[in-house]
Design a protein around this ligand. Structure first.
Ligand code: GTP
Ligand code: MG
Length: 304
């Protein structure tokens, strides 16, 4: 786990929020570029900074360690980190992997936003899903870049079929996130590359979202009314109180009368509505449950 930042806590006064925003604008966005070997990660970094900073080449495994490049985009400091390609394995396991892959995993852990680069010719292989899954597990903000689109079939219906398949696989694979942003580009000829950073910053902003507690609880009452929780042991499960305890990624705690009985379907309903109602697409959000014998529950009672 990376160190918790003091300003990662979700509950802030107005002044604290303004100070946090100013601080956020000052510190560099840590942007990691990861993916399988040879997908064009280093070529993309070179294209972004407009210089041949990284060695690139047709054979896999050119980049061996994570390499940082300090850059700025529209006046915003960005620390780009190029990484070694993640080799094809049935499972990513740091113990079994070469040091370079362990290094890439460390880079993911410390990043704010991670761009997972895919090759348009064979996008969303198992290994791509494993890498994207790791990014989500670590709670980082994820952007998918489909590179080498210059090699895609000129046939439009063929190409749009491929895109749909990519979306479907993403949706089916990760329950924690919906609507992961996908940017198609060619690092080689530059087409589409200008779309990447606006998407990265947008996702970064969402990853830093704070939902005020009163708003969250008004919402919770509404959700409960619209779709009451199930009965358990003859009694209606009560959703007592909800609070966001952390940002980066948005993390929520729900105090509920019988947590183990609420069920995945109901949790999924809450997660999906949370994502839609507060505009949190594309970033992993976390929702944990607690029994009401905690300070939030007593606060909830006082508020009502
Ligand atoms: N056609 C095409 N080729 C590309 C594109 N981007 C990169 N390449 C080529 O793909 C090969 C691999 O590029 P690299 O940038 O070295 O790939 P990498 O992901 O950094 O590879 P590793 O460091 O080995 O993991 C090179 O021959 C590049 O010229 C692209 O958009 N289109
Ligand atoms: Mg490379």
């Amino acid at each position: 786990m990376p160190e918790e930042d003091e300003d990662d806590k979700a509950e802030l006064s107005e002044e604290e929020q303004a100070a946090a925003d100013a601080e956020l604008a000052k510190r560099p966005l840590l942007l990691a570029i990861v993916g399988r070997p040879n997908v064009g990660k280093s070529t993309l970094l070179n294209r972004l900074v407009g210089e041949e900073r990284m060695l690139t080449g047709p054979e896999a495994g050119i980049t061996r360690d994570s390499i940082r490049v300090e850059w700025s985009w529209k006046g915003r400091a960005v620390r780009l980190v190029d990484t070694a390609g993640m080799r094809r394995r049935s499972r990513i396991d740091a113990k079994l992997e070469a040091a370079s892959v362990a290094d890439t995993l460390d880079t993911i852990r410390l990043a704010d936003v991670v761009v997972v680069v895919l090759d348009a010719a064979d996008m969303m292989e198992k290994q791509d899903l494993a890498v994207a899954g790791r990014v989500i597990e670590e709670g980082r903000a994820l952007v998918i870049a489909v590179n080498k689109t210059d090699l895609l079939a000129q046939d439009r219906s063929q190409a749009s079929k491929q895109w749909r398949k990519l979306r479907d696989r993403l949706e089916a694979s990760f329950a924690q996130v919906k609507d992961v942003p996908i940017v198609g580009l060619s690092a080689l000829n530059g087409r589409g590359v200008d779309k990447l950073l606006p998407t990265v910053f947008e996702t970064y902003k969402i990853w830093n979202t704070r939902v005020p507690t009163p708003k969250l609880n008004r919402w919770l009452r509404e959700m409960e009314t619209l779709h009451p929780p199930p009965l358990a042991h003859g009694r209606r499960i009560r959703l007592r109180f909800m609070t966001q305890i952390k940002i980066r990624p948005p993390t929520f705690i729900l105090s509920v009368s019988q947590p183990q009985e609420l069920g995945d379907d109901y949790l999924r309903y809450l997660m999906n509505r949370l994502r839609d109602d507060f505009g949190l697409p594309g970033v992993p959000i976390r929702l944990a449950m607690r029994k009401p014998n905690n300070p939030y529950a007593s606060r909830a009672r006082k508020q009502r």
